[in-house]
Design a protein around this ligand. Structure first.
Ligand code: FE2
Length: 438
């Protein structure tokens, strides 16, 4: 079985190597008939004209088997209702309590003060594996109708996308999102750096919420906070649901996924690594994934070594299969790392997926890479039980890297393991690489 394919010619030996938004206006009209207004006008135009509007979202922040968290922003004060239901009519609703945010924007060489209202709600007591339809209504605003599916109870299948560093170049980000929509993923993970400067509230619309339109209404995007999100609190206000922290886990079928914040001040690196280890050890999922923004293994761009020297041994000991990070604007997949002693520990595959839109960084492929490319891209994982496939797509929708692996009796297939680099060797290369950087 071919286990990996990388577009580049320096492939290593041993490593062969919309849906359209469904408009249910008529059906939902009965449930939300009292609401007035329109939805299709671009948010920024409405802002300029001072009209009431939904100016960000709605987006799904979390979706579990029995609950879901959503967020949206309005330009006018007052509570909104999120109407939802399984059938064509959205019978239930929850009411939001908006949080007021004031910010300044430059318009026609003048500084203009603006106020926005962030709404976040949880939908509770949902049924697993069901399609729910929803719509937001509020004072003079009304969204289009959208739908999402709760996580099924018994499934051994999942399809998900991982990408990162979409900041600063919304056009490229949007192109990737348009490709992502066609993949019909169950969820998306973003490895951080959504905006150029998170403290500038006015950037969040054009750089994040607008490019993800058509995707984020129906597919939850789980984010590992990036350094560009900053410490102003805007990231947390907009994208962390009530009652949750920046580091969190979720499950979908055979996958357990942990998103770690390794950029905010406060916790030490050891403490954060222990969080990953504890979380992974508590899960009996077949596949364990982790995402955080600043990589532990990265030979291009920033040459990051977050958690060094503990990260590599600790994540192997915790039984992690994949670590997907960002920060360096490139794609690099390392050969799996052979843990010392080999038994009872996992062969971890590290991927830097920082090609979501930001300007690309230089990187030189090395013997330790299975694939490395200076390219805008996203990764698509398809897992069915013990079989995992990953394809990486560029801006043209072409596959630039491909990987297939199988687990049996808890271990990965021989062909893949034959490509592994011993951990000590990888750490030596990491050290060398750091010296070169200096
Ligand atoms: Fe970054």
């Amino acid at each position: 079985m071919g286990i990996g394919r990388c577009r580049k010619s320096w492939r290593l030996s041993g490593n062969i190597l919309t849906r359209q938004m469904i408009c249910l206006v008529a059906a939902l009209g009965a449930a939300v008939g009292a609401a007035v207004g329109c939805a299709a006008i671009p948010a920024r135009a409405e802002l300029r004209q001072g009209r009431p509007a939904i100016t960000k979202g709605p987006v799904l922040l979390r979706v579990y088997q029995d609950r879901a968290a959503l967020m949206w922003e309005t330009s006018t004060a007052g509570a909104c209702k999120l109407h939802y239901g399984k059938a064509t009519e959205a019978k239930e609703y929850v009411e939001s309590t908006p949080e007021e945010v004031s910010y300044e924007v430059k318009e026609d060489n003048k500084t203009v003060k603006r106020t926005a209202y962030i709404h976040k709600v949880w939908l509770e007591d949902l049924e697993a594996g069901q399609v729910y339809r929803y719509r937001v209504t509020g004072p003079e605003v009304r969204s289009r109708a959208h739908r999402f599916r709760t996580v099924p109870v018994d499934t051994d299948k999942v399809r998900f996308i991982v990408y990162g560093d979409s900041r600063s170049n919304p056009k490229t980000h949007r192109k990737l999102v348009e490709l992502m929509i066609k993949k019909k993923a169950d969820f998306v993970v973003h490895s951080g750096d959504l905006v150029s400067s998170g403290s500038k509230y006015e950037q969040w619309g054009p750089q994040y919420f607008e490019p993800v339109k058509g995707l984020a209404e129906r597919t939850p995007i789980y984010i590992a906070k990036g350094n560009h999100e900053g410490g102003s609190g805007n990231y947390e206000k907009l994208l962390i649901p009530q009652g949750q922290k920046n580091s969190y886990a979720f499950d979908y079928g055979p996958v357990h996924y942990f998103c770690l914040d390794n950029v905010s001040r406060g916790q030490g690196t050891k403490e954060r690594l222990d969080l990953i280890v504890r979380d992974a050890k508590d899960s009996s999922a077949e596949w364990k994934f982790v995402s955080y923004h600043i990589p532990s293994l990265n030979f291009g761009g920033h040459h990051s070594t977050w958690g060094r020297p503990d990260a590599l041994p600790k994540l192997a000991e915790a039984g992690i299969d994949f670590v997907l990070t960002g920060h360096s604007h490139q794609y690099e997949r390392f050969r799996p790392i052979e843990p010392p002693g080999r038994t009872g520990q996992s062969y971890v595959t590290y991927i830097t997926t920082g090609g979501g839109g930001a300007s690309l960084y230089e990187l030189k492929p090395t013997e330790q890479h299975a694939c490395a490319d200076r390219v805008h891209h996203f990764c698509l994982f398809e897992i069915k039980g013990n079989k995992l496939k990953m394809k990486v797509f560029n801006l043209e929708g072409k596959v630039i890297d491909h990987l297939e692996i199988t687990k049996s009796k808890g271990g990965l297939n021989k062909e893949y393991l034959q490509t592994a680099v011993p951990m000590e060797e990888m750490q030596r290369y990491q050290q060398e690489n750091l010296r070169k950087k200096k």
